[in-house]
Design a protein around this ligand. Structure first.
Ligand code: NAD
Length: 415
């Protein structure tokens, strides 16, 4: 598979499920899911604070809206490309269907290196991006959220600009906003919390006591740092961690590392850590490996060398298809991205509901609802996995494909 094109990964994953259950899914549904409904590309100018005009390129892919408005993040990333957004948008269709949300799948992003711009310029750029997208998004059409490189501040700017441009008094056009501007309690940590919940559910069905067990974490941003925090709160210990600045092992004080990484935009330089190569990081003997950085990180060779019982995909698409097959052969369970990291979109959905009804829930209530949803979905997939004797990933896709197919088989959905 070409390292550059992550879209191939979802094609291979679906082909794998079709090779097992293809006769249960109609050809029409297979064809529909193979293409996004809309690929929106915008190029827009921004006059920066140095007086120069710069052009920016943004993407929004609306993959499928059979079950409701498109929903998915906006990545702010210097190397973003169209097929990456296509892959991520398709995964959102499956993720939202897996969680039985009344939402379709979308994803997008802005080609930008955020570290190169001041806050003042970032606000201008985000607002202009929202303006460029205004005809295509909105609370009943397509609801973006934060992803890699974006955050609640950016969602606040974009939601505000969208309201201005469209003369809207509604607040749920973007989710992942700051709480004071209509965000949901618990949204910031929701993806990491969901990652930890899936580990807890897996541990329950495997009679595996998490106390005293170890994990390694690739990626220490929003998803990775919160997943690590919650896993440690459940008695586990992080023994190695990596991000774009390097890979390290040692006796890590998690709270201090979280503060340090935020302040320094990375983990490099944190005291008393031993630097590792990426290869050695992934060879670390541990109980759980959590890739929570980006796609295409676990190659076939890395999969051969992992020394763990479970891989939990905090990131989207971190495992190459060939690597997935190696893990299956080696008997290492993988909780796939569309299940493991779905806590983020579940709480985004809660935010959207709260905005619609101008009703605000306390954190305990949000977390309890998130826990229930993650547990319910994990149980249904675990049951399917055992009934069909397949992997968690295959069981997730089997469920979503059957559900989407049933939707399309309703008279009138395909003309
Ligand atoms: P983030 O920008 O907060 O953090 C990304 C982390 O990955 C950082 O620690 C960064 O240093 C690290 N990283 C970047 N490039 C790397 C590289 N080449 N090698 C090693 N580490 C690298 O992003 P995030 O929101 O935590 O997202 C991480 C992953 O989780 C992405 O795949 C994203 O799509 C997925 N995800 C995020 C959410 C969410 O709610 N934020 C929800 C679902 C899935």
């Amino acid at each position: 598979m070409s390292k550059e094109n992550v879209y191939t990964l979802i094609e291979e994953q679906l082909k794998d499920v079709f090779s097992l259950f293809g006769d249960e899914i109609s050809d029409g549904t297979k064809k529909i899911l193979a293409k996004p409904q809309k690929e929106i590309i915008v190029n827009f100018p921004v006059k920066l604070s140095n007086g120069q005009v710069e052009m920016f390129k943004g993407y929004r892919i609306q993959h499928n809206n059979l079950f409701g408005p498109y929903k998915g993040g906006l990545r702010f990333y210097k190397n973003i490309y169209l097929d990456e957004c296509n892959a991520l948008a398709s995964w959102m269709t499956h993720k939202n269907t897996l969680q039985d949300l009344p939402l379709g799948g979308g994803k997008g992003g802005l080609k930008i290196d955020v570290t190169k711009y001041s806050d003042e310029d970032l606000e201008k750029i985000s607002r202009n991006f929202a303006k460029a997208l205004a005809n295509h998004v909105g609370e009943n059409v397509d609801i973006p959220a934060p992803d890699m490189g974006s955050n609640s501040q950016i969602m606040d700017w974009m939601n505000d600009e969208h309201k201005k441009v469209t003369h809207s008094s509604q607040n749920g056009h973007y989710t992942g906003k700051s709480i004071i501007l209509g965000g949901s309690e618990g949204r910031t940590e929701a993806t990491g919390y969901g990652v930890c919940q899936s580990v807890k559910e897996w541990a329950k069905v495997n009679n595996f006591d998490l106390k005293g067990k170890t994990f390694i974490m690739q990626g220490f941003g929003n998803v990775g740092s919160y997943a690590a925090k919650f896993l440690e709160e459940n008695g586990m210990k992080m023994i190695a961690v990596g991000d774009h600045t390097g890979y390290f092992s040692g006796n890590i004080n998690l709270n201090e590392l979280m503060e340090y990484a935020q302040k320094n935009r990375g983990i490099k330089g944190f005291e008393n850590l031993h630097e590792l190569s990426k290869e050695d990081f992934f060879k670390t003997k541990c109980d759980i490996v959590v890739p929570a950085a980006m796609e295409l990180q676990i190659s076939e060779e890395i999969a051969q060398n992992l020394d763990c019982k479970l891989v939990v995909e905090g990131a989207n698409g971190p495992t190459y298809f060939a690597a997935d097959k190696v893990l299956e052969k080696r008997g290492i369970d993988v909780i796939p991205d569309i299940l493991a990291n779905s806590g983020g979109v579940v709480v985004s959905y809660f935010e959207w509901l709260q905005n619609k009804y101008s009703e605000y829930w306390v954190k305990e209530y949000v977390i309890k609802k998130l826990e229930d949803k993650m547990a319910q979905t994990f149980k249904k997939i675990h049951k399917l996995k055992n009934e069909k004797n397949i992997t968690y990933r295959q069981a997730c896709y089997y469920y979503t494909l059957k559900k989407i197919d049933a939707g399309y088989m309703m008279k009138g959905n395909i003309y």
